[in-house]
Each structure stands twice: as structure tokens, then as C-alpha cells.
Design a protein around this ligand. Structure first.
Ligand SMILES: CC(C)(COP(=O)(O)OP(=O)(O)OC[C@H]1O[C@@H](n2cnc3c(N)ncnc32)[C@H](O)[C@@H]1OP(=O)(O)O)[C@@H](O)C(=O)NCCC(=O)NCCS
Length: 330
């Protein structure tokens, strides 16, 4: 059976920097509160009329450059996002058109913060079976336009940022490969982290009353998220290690979804490792949902935090609740 390697990784974040002090001007919050509870100092927001596909295209260009492939080499696009440009169709279709990739298959997946690892698992299957040789996987989000900057929604509004990361997956002819992926979801927590409307189960999908009630804004039960995240993150990392007979000493770097710095600290503590083994850039980008892992992976690689032959573990937890991991030999 063939194996899959990550041949290229890249990211893109919008230029506009929003600091905690900028948020202080918009609503009742403080730099101290945000840093103490989340670790975030700043995040990036798009300028007007930019969609997730625009960010994804730039990240894809960077990943293709590293993999040394051209748009016409790509066989399939998978786009992980919960903030697609339009209600339908998915942003993957726009990426295909913008990059002139021809009439290849392209689809979106919507598994929030775990979306990138779900996408990695899907791409891995297509490569392993021999169906495709070059899969473009993007994680991209425009969260800023979904946020409400008022007291009621400030817990969510300080957390999120915009950005995109992308990888090119190819068959491997060396030891560099995706060793395993592990996917989980527990649907009983759907309403603990969600955006309720607009939605197909309402007729009409959106109404003035719903807008007045603020049901179009993301809602989070922060404590429930925190409690579950600090258990599921270590469990799914452990699962990846056990599946590959690895000990924590074999792992060069853990790259978690950048949910919240306190969550990453709690995960490191439970795994018995220092923060130098758990990559973090949340202080600069906030939580970028499906984009955070490929952005972090790309940054960590360019900083020399891991290199060919090293084992890294990607791990995610988020809405669903979903959680996932992947062990990779780079
Ligand atoms: C959101 C989170 C930081 C809140 O921290 P917390 O210690 O649970 O804080 P609480 O919810 O008890 O809120 C404490 C107070 O801060 C206030 N507060 C909430 N957001 C605030 C903000 N942005 N600025 C200032 N105060 C804020 C609350 O209103 C509350 O005030 P009160 O005590 O007067 O009622 C925390 O629950 C968390 O990290 N959860 C996980 C979030 C996450 O990672 N989500 C992404 C998942 S992918």
C-alpha cells in the first residue's frame, strides 16, 4: 500500500493586526483579562470583501511553492472551514477557479477546529489507494465578520482571528509519511459551541426576531469547552502514540489546534512535558479554527522546530465536540 507525505506547507494571514487594546475600544474588555485567560495579544482581521477562499488561495500558493508543484498538477481540493465565502457552494470551488486548476474535484468539510486533521485523514486515504497523486488541503477561516463586539459576546469575540494554512499531500517513497490519523466526535455537545442561525431547520432560515436575539453569533459554553478540551487533547495524543508504539520522548513536537494558551499549558502538564514541546503562536494570531494547525506547522517548520525524520503529532479539539490527532514522520 502507498503511504502519504506532506510535500509542502504554507500559510497566509491578513495584514491588519487587531491588538487587545483595539478591542478595549470596541467593548468592555481589557488586555490583562484577555492575556491572562487566553494568552492572546493580537489577531489578524481581513479587510472588506475578502472571503475564506481568498486567504486559502494565498496559503495554497505558498504550499505549492514548497512542494514544487503547479496548479495544473493538483488532482483534488479539500477545504476545511466553518466560514465558507457563501452559504453554498463551498469555498473549494472558488479556490479551483481562482487558481485555474481545471475541472478537478473539490469539496468543503465542516468539522470546525478538527477540520484540518479530518481533511488530512481523507486526503491520506485518496493517496494510499492510488486514486490521486497531488491533493491540496486548505484550512481557512474568516471569523472576524461573525463576531459581535459587545459585553454579551465578548468571551467569543476576543478569541478568534482570520487566517489560512495549506498542505500538499503526495505519495511518499521515503520514510517520511503520515503514520496515522484518529478522528472522534461527541454530538451531545453540539450546542455548547455553535452558531445556531441561519439554518435549514428554521423556516425562514433567518428572521428579524432571530437577528434581534443574536442567534447569528457564535456561542460558547467556555467552561464546558475547557473541561472537555483538557481531557480529550491528551487522550487523542496518547492514542496516536499508542497506535505507533511511540513514547513522548520519541515525539519532537506536538502541534495542537491553537484554542487557548491555558488549554495548551494544561495539555502539556497532563502529558508531563514542558511548553517547548507544544508549539504555540496563539499570542499573535488568536484562534483561527481550521487554519490554526497548518499555520502553526508551517511556522514551526520554518523556525527549525522539526526537520526530516522527526516525529510530530497534530492534535485538535473543538465544536461538535470533535477531537482528532495525527502522528507524522516528517
Ligand atoms: C472563555 C474563557 C477564557 C472564560 O474564562 P473563565 O475563567 O471560564 O471565565 P468566566 O466564564 O468565569 O468569566 C469570568 C468573568 O469574565 C467576564 N468576561 C468574559 N469575557 C470577557 C472579556 N472578553 N473581557 C473581560 N471580561 C470577560 C465574564 O463576563 C465573567 O464576568 P462575571 O464574573 O462578572 O460574570 C474560558 O472558559 C476558556 O478558556 N474556555 C475555552 C475556550 C476555548 O478554547 N474555545 C475555543 C474552542 S476551539
Amino acid at each position: 500500500m502507498r503511504t502519504t507525505k506532506i510535500a509542502g506547507v504554507g500559510y497566509y494571514v491578513p495584514e491588519k493586526v487587531i491588538t487587545n487594546f483595539d478591542l478595549e475600544k470596541l467593548m468592555d474588555t481589557s488586555n490583562e483579562w484577555i492575556i491572562e485567560r487566553t494568552g492572546i495579544q493580537e489577531r489578524r482581521y481581513i479587510e472588506d470583501d475578502t472571503g475564506a477562499s481568498d486567504l486559502g488561495v494565498e496559503a495554497a500558493k505558498n504550499a505549492m511553492k514548497m512542494a514544487n508543484v503547479e496548479p495544473e498538477d493538483i488532482d483534488l481540493i479539500i477545504f476545511a472551514t466553518i466560514t465558507s465565502d457563501y452559504f453554498f457552494p463551498g469555498s473549494s470551488a472558488q479556490v479551483q477557479e481562482k487558481l485555474g486548476m481545471g475541472h478537478i474535484g473539490a469539496f468543503d468539510i465542516k468539522v470546525a477546529c478538527s477540520g484540518f486533521i479530518y481533511g488530512l485523514s481523507i486526503a491520506d486515504q485518496f493517496i494510499k489507494t492510488g486514486e490521486f497523486d497531488n491533493v491540496l488541503l486548505i484550512g481557512a477561516e474568516v471569523q472576524s465578520t461573525a463576531l459581535a463586539f459587545d459585553t454579551e459576546h465578548r468571551d467569543m469575540s476576543v478569541l478568534f482571528g482570520d487566517g489560512a494554512g495549506a498542505v500538499i499531500l503526495q505519495p511518499s517513497n521515503t520514510d517520511s509519511k503520515i503514520l496515522s490519523t484518529h478522528l472522534h466526535i461527541d454530538g451531545k455537545y453540539v450546542k455548547e459551541l455553535w452558531t445556531e442561525a441561519p439554518a435549514s431547520r428554521f423556516n425562514p432560515r433567518i428572521s428579524k426576531q432571530m437577528l434581534d436575539e443574536g442567534r447569528q453569533y457564535p456561542f460558547m459554553n467556555g467552561r464546558e469547552v475547557f473541561r472537555n478540551a483538557i481531557v480529550k487533547f491528551p487522550a487523542v495524543i496518547q492514542e496516536a502514540m499508542e497506535a505507533n508504539n511511540l513514547s513522548i520522548d520519541d515525539v519532537k513536537l506536538i502541534i495542537p489546534h491553537q484554542a487557548n494558551y491555558r488549554i495548551s499549558q494544561a495539555v502539556a502538564k497532563r502529558l508531563g512535558v514542558g511548553m517547548e514541546k507544544v508549539y504555540s503562536n496563539i499570542h499573535r494570531y488568536g484562534n483561527t479554527t481550521a487554519a490554526s494547525i497548518p499555520i502553526a506547522m508551517s511556522e514551526a517548520l520554518s523556525k527549525g522546530k522539526f526537520e526530516e525524520g522527526d516525529i510530530i503529532i497534530l492534535a485538535a479539539f473543538g465544536a461538535g465536540f470533535s477531537w482528532a490527532s495525527s502522528a507524522i514522520r516528517w
